[in-house]
Design a protein around this ligand. Structure first.
Ligand SMILES: Nc1ncnc2c1ncn2[C@@H]1O[C@H](COP(=O)(O)OP(=O)(O)OP(=O)(O)O)[C@@H](O)[C@H]1O
Length: 276
């Protein structure tokens, strides 16, 4: 296989101080140490994302999917692990070991994030155009005309009418808010888009539109996407490869068809069959 655009090695995120027992590999109760109660939200996770692919991440609630995504977007400090981006210092520098300024650079130029909760990704009181412009300014854009042009392109890409660009996202439906979030995430042509349960909570018909949009964006923007969803129909529709998480660990991965049609691990079999 070609070099990945993103490679994560041994990512671990813990909440708690740990004890002799869990530090030395003692068995956890799901993701929690039975002695010191430390939560191992992500536990020695390795992930590679390849150019132009959509990588699905599935698992039950609490399995560590959001922790993985938020770690990648530097929403908090990880406990252990390393990460490399093809587009950052030729993939030779650990992204988690960078200064705040470098992490901001990565967030503004190389990665875009769309959260399940639009309030985490958008300023609800700013205009939609203002939300996108904020991201452009963060990446160094200063020309008013240039930014206006880019905002118009992005709103077109996510099918939001130009006539609504001055309205704040708080006036929009859930599906439209997600589309503004997606346009903001795409503003600086990132190589990687992180999508965390972006269709959860939306009506089915609205979900379908957002999913179709993600498919279109992958083609038009030649972007690599990590897509968290607990909905296997979403994963089947969009993901080329899929990772299954349980209790903070990756327990199975492979081509999506393989994982969904011929799961090997008992947990994945249960997950797939419970949803058939
Ligand atoms: N600040 C925190 N302190 C302690 N534990 C936490 C904290 N944040 C997350 N966790 C725990 O980490 C584990 C992983 O949570 P995470 O949100 O990543 O799961 P998830 O798979 O995304 O679940 P969901 O689908 O419900 O969002 C859970 O057990 C959660 O309770």
């Amino acid at each position: 296989m070609e070099n990945p655009v993103l490679k994560i090695d041994h990512l671990t995120v813990r909440y708690g101080k740990t004890c002799e027992y869990c530090r030395n590999g003692g068995e956890l109760d799901k993701n929690t140490c039975p002695h010191c109660k430390t939560v191992w939200a992500c536990n020695d996770v390795d992930v590679s994302l390849y150019e132009g692919e959509i990588l699905g991440i599935v698992g039950e609630s609490g399995s560590g999917k959001s922790t993985l995504m938020k770690s990648l977007y530097f929403d908090f400090d990880i406990t252990e692990g390393e990460g490399y981006l093809k587009n950052f210092e030729d993939g030779k520098s650990d992204i988690f070991a960078q200064s705040l300024q470098q992490k901001k650079y990565i967030k503004n130029h190389i990665m875009g994030m769309v959260y399940q909760n639009p309030m985490l990704g958008l300023r609800m009181d700013y205009s939609s155009a203002g939300n996108i412009a904020e991201k452009l300014i963060a990446a160094g854009h200063r020309s008013y005309d240039g930014m206006n042009e880019r905002v118009a392109e992005l709103l077109d890409a996510v099918e939001i009418l130009q006539s609504r660009k001055k309205e704040p996202p708080k006036n929009f439906s859930g599906g439209m808010q997600q589309r503004v979030q997606i346009s903001k995430a795409l503003a600086n042509n990132p190589a990687i888009l992180l999508l965390d349960e972006v269709t959860t909570g939306l009506d089915l018909s609205v979900q379908a539109k957002v999913l179709e949009l993600i498919r279109k964006i992958r083609q038009e923007f030649h972007i690599s996407i990590m897509l968290v969803s607990h909905d296997l129909a979403v994963i089947r529709m969009l993901a080329d490869r899929t990772i299954v998480m349980l209790d903070g660990k990756i327990i199975e991965q492979g081509l999506t068809d393989q994982i969904l049609d011929d799961p090997q691990m008992p947990y994945t079999q249960q997950l797939v069959h419970s949803l058939l």
